[in-house]
Design a binder for this molecule. Structure first.
Ligand SMILES: [Zn+2]
Length: 401
C-alpha cells in the first residue's frame, strides 16, 4: 500500500538588506516565487515593517500555510512565532506585520513554511457517513488495523477485479492523482508505485483511493466531484498482492511540533445499516441493494482443493487427488449461526456418494470444512451446498488418482 502523504514543502529563504528608509508605500523586497501546487510567496516592506504575502493560485483548492521564522536580525519578532494562514482559492493572504527594530540598520529573516491542501485548522466531522466506493458488493479483505499492511492504520481493502468502477465515497475536490504506474506485486519496494486519487473534503479531511488501474484515473486535479461520481477504475498497481481498492481517510492535525497526519475511521451506509462500521472479512453491498436480493452465500466464493496453500488459503482446484481430504472453503456474506449441508454426487447419479454437515458460528464469514475423498473413484463429481432452503448450483470437480 502506498503511504499517504499530504503535500508539505519546507522552504528556507534568507534575506539580508541594506538600511531601509522609512517609506509609506508598499515595496516588494524579492521577486514573487511560485511553487508546485499553486502557491506563491513574496516579501514586502512598508513603513518600517515587513510582511510575507502568500497567493493561492488554485481555483478550487483552499490551502493552509504554516510559516515559522528563524535567524531574524534587527526585527521585532517574538521567539517561536508561528503564523497559520488559511487561503481560499484565488486569494492572497499576508502574515501579520513584523516591525523592523532599527530602520537605519540591516535586517534579515528566514521564513521556512509548509503548506497543506485544505483547511487543516478545522475540526473533522467524525459522524459523516460515507457511501461505499463501488456499486454492488465487495469483500472487505483487510479492515482497520489489519494484520498484513494496515497495522496502526485506519485503512480498508476491498477485494475487486481490475477495472471495477470506483466511485467517490464523499463529495470534494480532487487534489492529486497518479495513473502512470503499470506494475504491482507483493513487494514493499513498490509502495510508492500505486496509482491513486486523493479527494479533499469540506471538513479538511481527504480520502485516498489506491492501487488504481494504469491510466485508470478519470478525474483531474481541481475537479469538484459529487458523492457517488465515478472517479476511476480499480487495479493492482504498487504494493499489492491481488486486485483490490485501498481506501483511507486522513485528517491533518496541527500539533506543537509540526503537523500529524493520522488516518481516521469512518462510517459507511451499507445494505443493512444507515451508519455501519465495517468489519474485516464481511461483504458489503451498496446501500440501494434490497436485503431480499442479498444471498448469504454464493457459488463464486466456494473453493475446493486437497489442502491449504502456504498462506492458509484454499486454492480453487479443478481436480483433487483420490487419496487424502477434500477441503471446502466458503465465504458467507452475512454471518450468523446456520447449518450447512454438503453433498457429493457422481456425475449423472441422483444419490449422493458423500454427505456431511457443519454448523457455522455467528461470526464466521469464512470457514473450512473437510471430508475424506478416499471413497471416491477417479471421475467427475459435483458438490452441492444447501442451507436454509437455499441450494447452490452444483460445483463440478474431478477426482484423479
Ligand atoms: Zn490496503
Amino acid at each position: 500500500m502506498k503511504k499517504f502523504k499530504f503535500y508539505s514543502f519546507i522552504l528556507s529563504v534568507v534575506f539580508i538588506f541594506s538600511p531601509l528608509l522609512s517609506d509609506e508605500t508598499r515595496k516588494p523586497i524579492n521577486k514573487i516565487s511560485c511553487l508546485d501546487k499553486g502557491i506563491c510567496h513574496q516579501l514586502f516592506s512598508m513603513d518600517g515593517t515587513i510582511v510575507i504575502e502568500f497567493t493561492n493560485q488554485n481555483k478550487t483548492i483552499p490551502l493552509t500555510v504554516i510559516v515559522e521564522y528563524n535567524d531574524a536580525q534587527n526585527l521585532d519578532l517574538e521567539a517561536g512565532r508561528k503564523d497559520i494562514l488559511l487561503i481560499s482559492p484565488n486569494e492572497i493572504r499576508s502574515t501579520d506585520f513584523i516591525q523592523i527594530s532599527d530602520p537605519n540598520k540591516r535586517w534579515s529573516i528566514n521564513y521556512p513554511f509548509r503548506f497543506y491542501q485544505g483547511d487543516i485548522t478545522q475540526e473533522m466531522d467524525a459522524d459523516y457517513v460515507y457511501r461505499l466506493p463501488f456499486r454492488n458488493k465487495h469483500l472487505l479483505t483487510q479492515g482497520y488495523n489489519g494484520i498484513w499492511t494496515h497495522q496502526g492504520k485506519n485503512a480498508l481493502d476491498f477485494d475487486m477485479p481490475e477495472k471495477t468502477p470506483i466511485l467517490a465515497a464523499r463529495e470534494g475536490v480532487v487534489t492529486d492523482f497518479a495513473d502512470h504506474f503499470t506494475i504491482g506485486g507483493n513487494n514493499p519496494s513498490l509502495k510508492a508505485k500505486a496509482n491513486f486519487v486523493t479527494i479533499l473534503h469540506e471538513d479538511g479531511s481527504s480520502a485516498f483511493y489506491g492501487h488504481l488501474y494504469p491510466k485508470g484515473v478519470q478525474v483531474k486535479i481541481g475537479q469538484i466531484v459529487r458523492k457517488g461520481q465515478q472517479i476511476g477504475l480499480s487495479g493492482n498497481t504498487g504494493y499489492s498482492t491481488n486486485p483490490h481498492l485501498h481506501f483511507q481517510v486522513m485528517k491533518p492535525i496541527i500539533q506543537d511540533q509540526g503537523v500529524d497526519e493520522p488516518t481516521v475511521p469512518t462510517f459507511f451506509q451499507t445494505e443493512s445499516s444507515l451508519k455501519d462500521s465495517l468489519v474485516e472479512q464481511n461483504f458489503y453491498w451498496h446501500e440501494d441493494t434490497p436485503l431480499s436480493e442479498i444471498p448469504f452465500i454464493a457459488k463464486d466464493y466456494i473453493k475446493i482443493c486437497n489442502d491449504f496453500n502456504d498462506k492458509g488459503e484454499v486454492f480453487n482446484c479443478t481436480s483433487v487427488r483420490q487419496k487424502g481430504n477434500i477441503v471446502v472453503q466458503l465465504y458467507v456474506f452475512k454471518p450468523k449461526i446456520r447449518e450447512y449441508e454438503f453433498y457429493v454426487y457422481s456425475q449423472g447419479e441422483s444419490a449422493p456418494i458423500l454427505k456431511w454437515k457443519i454448523e457455522s458460528q455467528k461470526d464466521w464469514s469464512k470457514f473450512y470444512t473437510y471430508t475424506s475423498s478416499s471413497n471416491l473413484n477417479p471421475g467427475k463429481y459435483q458438490l452441492v451446498v444447501r442451507s436454509e432452503n437455499l441450494e447452490l448450483d452444483p460445483i463440478p470437480f474431478v477426482v484423479k488418482k
